[in-house]
Design a protein around this ligand. Structure first.
Ligand SMILES: Cc1cc2nc3c(=O)[nH]c(=O)nc-3n(C[C@H](O)[C@H](O)[C@H](O)COP(=O)(O)OP(=O)(O)OC[C@H]3O[C@@H](n4cnc5c(N)ncnc54)[C@H](O)[C@@H]3O)c2cc1C
Length: 327
């Protein structure tokens, strides 16, 4: 039977929103290809993530909790992933396009002598073979790519393969990878971990994102954005212009050189809609734009647009949202 493998970081039993999303999308693809989905869960305590991965559609959850993963997740994770691939021989390895997935993908592709497609935004099946899409030229064009013969490795962006179908329940057999990973003194080691201070959901997980750009005019302008995001249970993002002005931290940036997000609702406030920004939010289900310039390119992509000064529009919108939610 054809096998699809995905690997997720699951230390402490917690899998990122993107990791679960990739597992769900991979399960959907596995169903269409009549393939078996194997999810490799890595990190100390990964076994406790098994249930969530079963619910995401894994036919088999393989865990590796080797201590070396804590200190050197990139290197030790690669050893585990390579071994898991050797044991199961997947036709396709789908990895989240996060820092670890991007680190592993080219290296595991080289080791498996596989074809590599990075930053995949969507896929379809043609003659039983996955055909991938990725954005090129800063999001101005879409390249369609397939791996000719042999296994394929792909990194998957948020929203890729999303079909909004309920996850296919996997049988979720649980196994351990059963290898010892001896740390190599030459491996890079994690020396410090610093969690980002953020209230509410992270950008990659949020179903609603309220994003501000240069039109916000200063750091204090992000207060009203935070209020609307809070009312909607969402997160606040930003354009690069707002980050470059030092109004908000770089971790808030959405776009080509920032984060890729795929919320249900993306509210762009005072953002012009440059292609480098849109490439990061194009997979949002609904984009709403608030901009005082009726000619701003963002209106070409927004499903709903309000032409006006955000200082007037946003408080009215926030008040209406609060009223609706209270009623
Ligand atoms: C290699 C490269 C990578 C890049 N990566 C990224 C990236 O990852 N993310 C990103 O965002 N950008 C990125 N950029 C920058 C990108 O090209 C744009 O410069 C940037 O997105 C513009 O940000 P902005 O829309 O906030 O600002 P602007 O383009 O200056 O737009 C501000 C908007 O606010 C509106 N406005 C002003 N005042 C108000 C008001 N009171 N009420 C309502 N609307 C108002 C204006 O009409 C205007 O449309 C990248 C550029 C390059 C070259």
């Amino acid at each position: 039977m054809t096998k699809i493998m995905t690997a997720v970081w699951a230390a402490g039993g917690r899998v990122s929103g993107l990791g679960l999303e990739v597992a769900r999308a991979a399960a959907q693809l596995a169903a269409e290809m009549e393939a078996r989905l194997i999810v490799l869960a890595l990190g100390t305590g990964a076994t406790t993530a098994a249930q969530a991965l079963r619910e995401a559609g894994a036919d088999e959850v393989v865990t590796c909790e080797e201590e070396a993963l804590d200190a050197s997740p990139g290197e030790a994770g690669l050893v585990a992933l390579e071994r898991a691939c050797e044991l199961t021989g997947p036709a396709l390895v789908l990895l989240p396009a996060d820092s670890l997935g991007r680190d592993w993908a080219p290296r595991v592709a080289y080791r498996l002598d596989a074809g590599l497609v990075t930053e995949v935004t969507d896929w379809s099946l043609e003659a039983g073979r996955p055909v991938f899409q990725r954005l090129v030229f800063g999001g101005k064009a879409i390249a369609t790519m397939a791996v000719a013969g042999g296994p394929a490795v792909a990194t998957v962006r948020p929203g890729a393969g999303r079909r909004d179908q309920p996850p296919r329940p996997g049988q979720g057999e649980l196994r351990t990878l059963g290898i010892r990973i001896a740390p190599d003194p030459r491996w890079p080691r994690v020396v410090r971990r610093q969690a980002e201070e953020r209230q509410g959901p992270g950008l990659e997980e949020a179903r609603v994102i309220v994003s501000g750009g240069r039109g916000i005019g200063g750091p204090e302008g992000f207060g009203p954005l935070r209020e609307l995001a809070g009312a909607l249970g969402g997160a606040v993002g930003a354009s690069r212009a707002a980050v470059d002005e030092d109004w908000v931290p770089p971790t808030w940036q959405i776009g080509q050189t920032g984060k890729t997000v795929a919320p249900d609702l993306y509210i762009a406030v005072g953002i012009s809609g440059a292609s480098q920004h849109l490439v990061g939010c194009a997979r949002a289900k609904t984009i709403v734009a608030i901009n005082r310039d009726a000619e701003a390119p963002i209106f070409d992509y927004a499903r709903l647009g309000v032409v006006g000064d955000w200082r007037e529009v946003l408080p009215a919108l926030t008040a209406a949202v609060k009223e609706m939610l209270a009623g």
